[in-house]
Design a protein around this ligand. Sequence first.
Ligand code: NAD
Length: 446
Amino acid sequence: MEKQLASYDPSSGELLGKVQVTSLEQINDKVDQAHVAALNWSKVGADERVNTLHNAYANVEPHVDELAILLSREMGKDIRRATGEVHGTVFGGPYIAQAALEALKISILSVGTTIEYKPLGLVAVISPWNYPLAMANNLILPALVAGNTVIFKPSEETPLIAQAFIEKLNEILPPHVLQIVYGDGAQGKALVESNVDMVAFTGSQVVGRDIMARASGQLKRLVMELGGNDPMIVMHDANIEAAARFGVASSFENAGQMCTSTERIYVDERVADEFEKRVVELASAYTVGPWDMPGVNIGPIINDDQHRKIIEHIRDAEEKGAKVLLGGVNHPARYINPTVISDMHPDMILEQEETFGPVVAISRYSDIEETIRRANNSTYGLGAVVFGGKEAEAIADQLEAGMIGINQGVGGAGDAPWVGAKQSGYGFHGSPDGHRQFAQVRVVNR
Ligand code: NAD
């Protein structure tokens, strides 16, 4: 019997719909079809591919409102944030396509040598649930512009929003250029091991390692955007109001389920009382609830495992001597009330691992060198933020992360790369160099 993948509203538990899990046989069929489709797609030329992609995205535009509601219901984020993600994906798609087109143009070296960007073949795009459209879109688009075909495996938590989006694109795209595979890690593994030429992945470190191991036999090309445990340092001469506002907003964004959310805050002890007081005031004003509740800004946690993990991190901190200034271990099912914890220590899970929940975790420091060591003492290196005066730049320079924010968040402007250092990433996407990772570079002498 065909296996079904059910999708539920994470706050109410209501069944939203089902898709058919893609069998291993069907995955192999899709891979074969994708290689055949690649023959034409790679030949039509990048300008025509981008033109087709513009038309495909225009075809989604009339549906942005229904997509936003579906994204909210399936993933739990409030309708304002879901609308932002859908708009960014659908209206921003053509800009990414255009930027990739520019990045992949032939360049001529003065000695009569050209550098060309050819398709790799078939790219598997495997994505997480926390930004189910945006994360996938960032990888699918440069892969298609470069002339590859794509098989996309969305998270098992968010198959319906992926299906709705891809179906609209596929009303315009040629057959089998962009296909979808439904399922969990089993389908992800099968896809990585199938006859794909590249795996573009966004998700956890642990799965990233598994993908690298499985891809190693054929040395498949990899781009992997992985988890984070982002530190924030608040110096004695920081603007405390701005730092507190950023620290709370970044820790609570998307109910803390964001790869670059602030996970650990180190604050100079001279300003720690003032900072903590303001953090608690700001955090207390957050409203927890389902996506359609007026004024809600912290939605449900995606599943029971993740909910349990966040509570375990909070409990471990409490048992090891941390102070709970707000929230704590008692939360209704699938929700975590805004939580603020002080006296975080290096032996707490909260400091060592990615919590991925709406928790502000604070530690006071007197020695900045020791604090920099603590901030860097992690296999992660996605983002890092410093709030402070004229020394902030020098402190930021010593932090081991791919994206740095000085008196502001990380992320950069326009077509900046989205890049992790250490085990937060392998390769990267965005920016001309990022787009080129979806192509085979060729040097031709004439
Ligand atoms: P996950 O790694 O558990 O799953 C991601 C995807 O991989 C899912 O589609 C899943 O089905 C699939 N998968 C699971 N096991 C697999 C395997 N062995 N081989 C191939 N595919 C497999 O991550 P998640 O829980 O969906 O997402 C949360 C994680 O993603 C967090 O760690 C977060 O920091 C990270 N993330 C990183 C970024 C970034 O840009 N760096 C962005 C968003 C999320």
